[in-house]
Design a protein around this ligand. Structure first.
Ligand SMILES: *[C@@H]1O[C@H](CO)[C@@H](O)[C@H](O)[C@H]1NC(C)=O
Ligand SMILES: *[C@@H]1O[C@H](CO)[C@@H](O)[C@H](O)[C@H]1NC(C)=O
Length: 212
């Protein structure tokens, strides 16, 4: 009993002492921890911001890279000329209309089906002095048709009495299909095909999934 009291008395101050000496450091350590947490979260926030900015730069950079590489890697095959989202091939040889269309077809194209005045002016400017077959033809006495059989828009006159149209110095004329001329093929440019196949929403995913 006595021993127990003494022990208690002896112990109490020690306990208090221990308590009071513990109280301050704990308060201290709590504010310390709070500060550390605050600093840590600020650092983490900063790191996240920096990463976000870096990722942003990387993505736009890759986007730009993709775009610029698409611009540089011409949308048209070598020795084809691009104009208004089409690629044009001007032949060196002289062949009949049937062979010319077959040639274009073998290159994934058709004899050019001149659809606008701008396109006509472009072709007249680039074709040089020679006559060139184009992809407009008819059964004699019938309206002009495109390669796929649909009616031609008649946006400029085609002179002459032949069944196959060609471009000369003045514009368009026509001749019999077996006569031999140079020719012009055309097809949609690769970029146009690619863009129409890929919706813009998948652009980001594609860029991140398939880095070069
Ligand atoms: C035929 O070809 C022209 C020119 O390429 C195109 O504008 C038109 O839509 C085509 N028509 C059909 C039915 O495929
Ligand atoms: C067109 O030219 C090709 C190749 O030169 C020839 O084989 C073919 O017989 C010609 N067709 C006509 C209708 O002249």
């Amino acid at each position: 009993m006595h021993d127990g009291n003494r022990l208690k008395k002896d112990c109490e101050p020690v306990e208090l002492l221990a308590d009071s000496s513990n109280l301050h450091p704990r308060k201290h350590s709590i504010t310390n921890t709070l500060n550390q947490v605050l600093v840590l979260s600020i650092i983490i926030l900063l790191i996240i911001t920096v990463i976000a900015i870096l990722v942003g730069f990387l993505v736009t950079g890759r986007k730009l890279h993709r775009m610029s590489s698409e611009c540089l890697e011409a949308a048209c095959p070598e020795s084809w000329i691009g104009f208004q989202r089409k690629c044009f091939y001007f032949s060196d040889d002289f062949k009949n209309w049937t062979f010319s269309q077959r040639f274009c077809d073998s290159r994934g194209a058709d004899l050019v089906q001149v659809e606008t005045i701008q396109e006509l002016n472009f072709l007249l400017r680039y074709k040089g002095p020679y006559d060139h077959w184009i992809g407009i033809s008819r059964e004699l006495g019938q309206p002009w048709k495109l390669i796929n059989g649909t009616a031609w828009s008649n946006c400029f006159p085609i002179r002459g009495g032949g069944e196959c149209a060609y471009l000369n110095d003045k514009g368009a004329s026509s001749a019999r299909h077996y006569t031999e001329r140079k020719w012009i093929c055309s097809k949609p440019d690769a970029q146009l095909e690619e863009w129409s196949e890929v919706p813009s929403s998948t652009f980001f995913t594609m860029a991140t999934l398939h880095p070069e």
